[in-house]
Design a binder for this molecule. Structure first.
Ligand SMILES: Cc1cc2nc3c(=O)[nH]c(=O)nc-3n(C[C@H](O)[C@H](O)[C@H](O)COP(=O)(O)OP(=O)(O)OC[C@H]3O[C@@H](n4cnc5c(N)ncnc54)[C@H](O)[C@@H]3O)c2cc1C
Length: 378
């Protein structure tokens, strides 16, 4: 894996770590409690050269590869809020369908303002009646002259409250898989509203919304790709999202391992540091083993993806494994910190709550297992 890293990756890691240390960490508790963070942070992240990484420079991106995106997640998470990183990074799932399927005019209209941190983009797939069963979505787009009329609702949408535009998957025909199409729905279009901010177990600094489309007239210029092209693009998008969530998994586990290790050396009980108890040392040893295994697997999958392989089963395995080890490593980290691990002031407490999302978001553990089972011929 070392061969794929070059100096640009290390420099980028240092930039992201500095941003986390200086711009996120000092405010993270305040922002988490407030359930949001300043909009200005998007622009600051763009100006620092962080936001647009791995997007093409032609559309305002910073260039770079998949490893840069993984490094961004690892480094920004040290700031102590997965929700903030997810919200800041919602462009990572909202823009690719536009850049993949959209025409040149759409790429130039929607890409640069988001990559410059001036606009916020969200992706809306999940609905009250369809989550895992993505092809079961019921939000409908009906052609009427030079526009489409959208009706329906979307649920659990990251950055949905303050997004300037949302990349929405809607049904354009009855064909279950071949009948879905992406549209860009812009804030201010009559009939489009973010109806409520949802309260959650973790990811507090991220706004998670329910969106409603009530006869929203969307001009044909905002249809992304041909009618019926949505599902294939969505499957491609899931690959990136799942590898990103796998990275949240190993990165979260690595950070809480570090915090638990430091605490175990410092905190004393019965006249010795916690690390002096074999049971604590073994816990830390097991945590370190899981972190290293997940990280190595994630990077090996990323390296193959970068080489052009389309690895649906392996990406699903990476997401499952890293999501699951994050649960057990976080559980042990909280245990090592004792009462302090249950206090909101600690990063371990926050990241542990945040980690519970990982086996759910972007396709659940059970759905990943279905994909893996299919690859085994089952
Ligand atoms: C904080 C947060 C942020 C999110 N952000 C976004 C976003 O930005 N955009 C977006 O579109 N969505 C987003 N989601 C939605 C997320 O992708 C869905 O929650 C997820 O895909 C699961 O869908 P569901 O919640 O409807 O669960 P369901 O599909 O109802 O599943 C419920 C349970 O049944 C199981 N199950 C379902 N089908 C099967 C099966 N065939 N076999 C075995 N078990 C099965 C599931 O694994 C799960 O355990 C977000 C969710 C959360 C919580």
């Amino acid at each position: 894996m070392a061969a794929a890293f070059d100096e640009s990756h290390e420099l980028y890691r240092q930039t992201c770590l500095r941003f986390a240390r200086e711009r996120i960490e000092p405010h993270v508790i305040e922002w988490e409690e407030a359930g949001t963070f300043p909009r200005e942070l998007y622009r600051e992240a763009a100006e620092a050269g962080i936001l647009g990484v791995s997007f093409p420079e032609a559309y305002g991106g910073g260039g770079g590869d998949l490893l840069h995106s993984m490094i961004m997640i690892e480094a920004l998470l040290t700031g102590g809020s997965s929700g903030l990183v997810a919200s800041l990074g919602s462009l990572g799932i909202a823009l690719p369908p536009v850049l993949l399927l959209g025409n040149e005019e759409q790429r130039r209209r929607f890409g640069p303002p988001v990559l410059a941190g001036e606009k916020i983009a969200a992706l809306a797939i999940t609905e009250p009646g369809a989550g895992s069963d993505v092809a079961g979505i019921a939000t409908r787009a009906v052609r009427d002259g030079d526009s489409y009329v959208l009706n329906g609702s979307k649920l659990f949408i990251t950055s949905g409250i303050r997004a300037d535009f949302v990349t929405v998957l809607a049904r354009t025909s009855e064909d279950k898989h071949g009948g879905t199409t992406f549209f860009v729905v812009e804030r201010g279009m009559p009939g489009f509203s973010a109806s409520r901010a949802l309260k959650k177990t973790g990811w507090w600094a991220s706004d998670t919304a329910e969106l409603v489309f009530d006869n929203v007239r969307v001009p044909i210029e905002n249809r992304v790709g041909d009618e019926g092209s949505g599902f294939v693009a969505l499957m491609q998008n899931f690959q990136n999202e799942r590898l990103a969530l796998a990275t949240y998994g190993h990165a979260t586990a690595e950070i809480v391992l570090g915090d638990a290790l430091a605490y175990a050396k410092e905190r004393r009980a019965f006249g010795r540091p916690l690390a002096g108890f074999q049971v604590t040392r073994h816990k830390l040893a097991e945590m370190a083993t899981l972190v290293n295994a997940a990280k190595a697997f994630n990077y090996s999958v990323a390296e193959r993806v970068m080489a052009g392989e389309y690895l649906v089963a392996e990406v699903s395995m990476a997401k499952n494994f890293a999501s699951e080890i994050a649960q057990s490593v976080c559980y042990k980290a909280v245990q090592i910190l004792g009462g302090m691990g249950y206090m909101r002031e600690t990063r371990v407490e926050r990241l542990s709550r945040d980690a519970r999302l990982l086996p759910i978001g972007g396709g659940t553990t059970e759905i990943m297992n279905e994909i893996i089972a299919k690859s085994l011929g089952l």
